[in-house]
Design a protein around this ligand. Structure first.
Ligand code: GTP
Length: 333
């Protein structure tokens, strides 16, 4: 089985972290988001992937010089301008030659334990042009909501319904099984949204099906969800991986709870880190407090500074000693 992985977006909601690093190359407890996504595909029999690249493509190409992740062969397709999700899938599938058999397409920022092989089997049973994975959420108003009939056929594709008006709380979870005929709906070089244009057309033609599969699922595109997906790996929600890198330096009287501390990071005397992610090479000065926040690689947090309430500090940024920050992006946009 072959897959197109969408990784070309600007990741604006995760700025400033994404100013230097594309979203899918951000670390999720020491392993990039992309590697975690591809490892799951590999577990379900995907042997070849094309990365649909646009923003900072060289970061991916340099990180995987052997053209392989977890035994899965990589192709690179670089758009000269953003083609949106549908256009990007069409461009990448054609570039990699994935045009003659059923393929998978997915958002590269969704972390899940999806049984991809089962989704493919169900797609074959339905016999339509496409099958979408659906996951349940409490508040569907931020997502594409997908009601289905008793046969699994999609009845409508409703992007971001007003709060309280969604007909179901099962949403488009960002993984699709598609027939090559879907490429005919994606004119070459044309910018087109899969969710807003292509899927509604497929619904109208009765060609789109969906499978409800609950289980671990997080769209890691916001600071809150990115932090959650990483902490879930270390706090037992999803697994209990080691959270502190072997070479991180943590002062004996510093306190680090429910947090990740990356390679080469330092936490100085009396600092308090709780519910946070400290990326590689960052330094947290003495007496600083970092709560429910993200400190980017090589950032310097001055002594006594406070980072609270989903503050996000970018690559190599310096936070002045003694300053307090609530829900801030540093540097600000
Ligand atoms: P924000 O800017 O924060 O909204 O994020 P995004 O646009 O990077 O991601 P979004 O969640 O909106 O998009 C879903 C997936 O499609 C992500 O994996 C993106 O990387 C990818 N994506 C979005 N637009 C494009 C595009 O024009 N080209 C390519 N190749 N990928 C895209």
């Amino acid at each position: 089985m072959r897959a197109v992985v969408l990784v070309g977006g600007f990741g604006t909601r995760l700025r400033p972290l994404t100013l230097s690093t594309p979203k899918q190359m951000l670390p999720v407890n020491g392993v990039t988001m992309l590697e975690r996504v591809i490892a799951n595909l590999g577990r379900h029999g995907v042997t070849e992937v094309v990365l649909a690249l646009g923003y900072l493509p060289q970061v991916f190409q340099e990180a995987y010089p052997t053209g392989e992740i977890a035994g899965v062969k990589l192709h690179y397709a670089v758009e000269s301008e953003p083609l949106d999700t549908g256009g990007a899938i069409g461009f990448a599938a054609r570039e990699a030659g994935f045009t003659d058999q059923t393929f998978i397409a997915l958002n590269g920022d969704v972390i899940n334990d999806l049984n991809v092989s089962q989704l493919v089997d169900q797609h074959k049973t339905f016999g339509g042009e496409g099958t979408i994975h659906l996951t349940p959420v409490e508040d569907p108003s931020r997502f594409g909501v997908v009601p289905i009939d008793a046969d699994g056929r999609v009845e409508a594709f409703i992007e971001k319904p007003p709060a309280g008006e969604a007909p179901t709380n099962w949403i488009n979870a960002g993984t699709y099984v598609l027939e090559p005929s879907v490429l005919d709906r994606l004119p070459e070089g044309q910018k087109i949204s899969l969710e807003r244009a292509v899927f509604p057309d497929m619904v109208a033609a009765g060609q789109l099906f969906a499978v409800q599969q609950a289980g671990y699922w997080v769209d890691a595109g916001t600071p809150e969800s990115y932090l959650k997906v990483a902490l879930d790996l270390v706090n037992g929600v999803r697994s209990s991986e080691p959270a502190i890198a072997a070479d991180a330096l943590i002062a004996d009287d510093a306190s680090v709870t429910n947090s990740i501390v990356g390679f080469g990071a330092q936490v100085e005397s009396g600092a308090i880190i709780d519910g946070s992610m400290i990326q590689s090479g960052a330094r947290i000065g003495s007496g600083a407090r970092v709560v429910n926040s993200i400190v980017g690689p090589n950032a310097l947090i001055g002594s006594g500074a406070e980072l609270l309430d989903l503050t996000v500090v970018g690559d190599s940024f310096t936070v002045e000693p003694g300053t307090t920050h609530f829900a801030e992006k540093l540097p600000a946009e």
